[in-house]
Design a protein around this ligand. Structure first.
Ligand SMILES: [Zn+2]
Ligand SMILES: [Zn+2]
Length: 369
């Protein structure tokens, strides 16, 4: 038998074996159940408890999109892991699904820091509260934010209160204590003078616990006011989250010397193209909205120059808009950034994890799936 015929026979045998295995899997219920059992066991034990190790400050991008719908990005969400606890800056639509799929230790979510109350920053607050409670959170969820946060929290609680009742009736109050379902709204007040730009200055300590200090600061997202960003300091490492804002001197001042700046970014020239196309086809509504939103965000170029001014080590662009669903769109979005800041810039994406070991200068990047 020739070498070729022998290879052909071996290939035929391999195909026959694979076909037999395929038939077996499709037609034998016991095989399907055994495979399913293994998948369940792996999923139930796959919780990412490693993220809670107290040797590092960690940042996980749980939503990097903006209100323009994007298949690849949930709305605004940044998770901070420090002192064995999880804090979320904003919780936009789709963010809870990300966190659940990534198996983050849900009961350890302690607090949400809302930057402002646009729907793309609060959409999943009800889901987050209900799901982390159902998963065993043994404390009420604290929700910090600008004045007005109690109205947002009360609204979500009212909308979800029937479901709260169903869960308690179904699983029992011992497993689902009502006291832990109730959220705690905490308004953070920052003194600002009337008529003075919020970017002229203004900050306040939000909390100090487990070695973590969180500072809120004012940014300019008019007509939304007040609007905040947040700075996290833990074991000699620091991360700043911009919130939604135009280019802002107060943000640069608060971010001075930080390790990481997570900054919102909207490409003004791409939004302008949408506006022009909308005008072209006579869609005045879309044209007007695109014209309005161009004026209350930061462009990638402005974010790069702010990162330079603040002297941060790494700038990560988030709250990306318009959607950058392919390489060409991402290149257009980042146009000119490298001229301003050749190094230390990342275009953020859902699942980007930054690990900042305590008392070092290292920033490790990886992806959670
Ligand atoms: Zn906004
Ligand atoms: Zn937004």
């Amino acid at each position: 038998m020739s070498k070729f015929s022998r290879r052909l026979m071996l290939l035929g045998a391999a195909v026959a074996v694979l076909a037999a295995i395929g038939w077996w899997m499709i037609h034998v219920p016991a095989v399907q159940d055994a495979i399913f059992r293994r998948v369940i066991a792996r999923t139930l034990t796959a919780t990412r408890d490693d993220l809670l190790e107290q040797d590092s400050l960690r940042v996980l991008l749980c939503g990097t999109g903006n209100p323009l719908p994007d298949r690849d990005r949930a709305a605004a969400c940044t998770a901070i892991f420090a002192g064995g606890t999880i804090y979320l800056v904003d919780i936009g639509s789709g963010a809870w699904k990300n966190l659940a799929l990534w198996r983050i230790p849900a009961p350890r979510v302690a607090a949400v820091m809302l930057t402002h109350f646009h729907s793309d920053h609060i959409g999943d607050l009800g889901e987050l509260n209900l799901e982390t409670w159902a998963n065993g959170r043994d404390h009420p969820l604290r929700v910090y934010g600008p004045p007005g946060v109690d109205q947002v929290v009360n609204g979500f609680e009212q909308a979800y209160s029937l479901d709260e009742g169903y869960r308690i009736a179904h699983h029992g109050a011992a497993l689902m204590p009502a006291a832990n379902w109730q959220m705690l709204p905490i308004a953070v007040k920052i003194d600002t003078s009337p008529g003075v730009s919020p970017c002229a200055g203004g900050s306040a300590t939000v909390l100090e616990e487990n070695g973590l200090k969180v500072t809120a600061f004012t940014v300019d997202h008019a007509p939304v006011a007040p609007a905040y960003g947040y700075r996290f300091d833990y074991k000699g490492r620091s991360v700043v989250v911009s919130g939604d804002t135009i280019k802002c001197a107060n943000l640069v001042a608060v971010a001075k010397g930080a390790d990481v700046l997570i900054h919102e970014a909207q490409s003004a020239h791409l939004v302008e193209l949408i506006q022009q196309e909308a005008e072209q086809i006579g869609n005045a509504r879309v044209a007007k909205i695109m014209s309005d939103i161009r004026r209350y965000h930061t462009t990638p170029l402005e974010a790069a120059s702010e990162a330079n001014d603040a002297g941060v080590q790494l700038l990560v662009l988030s709250h990306i808009g318009p959607p950058t669903s392919n390489l060409l769109a991402r290149i257009a979005f980042m146009r000119g950034v490298a001229d301003i800041r050749p190094r230390g810039v990342l275009l953020g994406y859902d699942g980007l994890l930054l690990t900042l070991p305590a008392n070092s200068k290292d920033i490790e990047t990886s992806t959670i799936r």
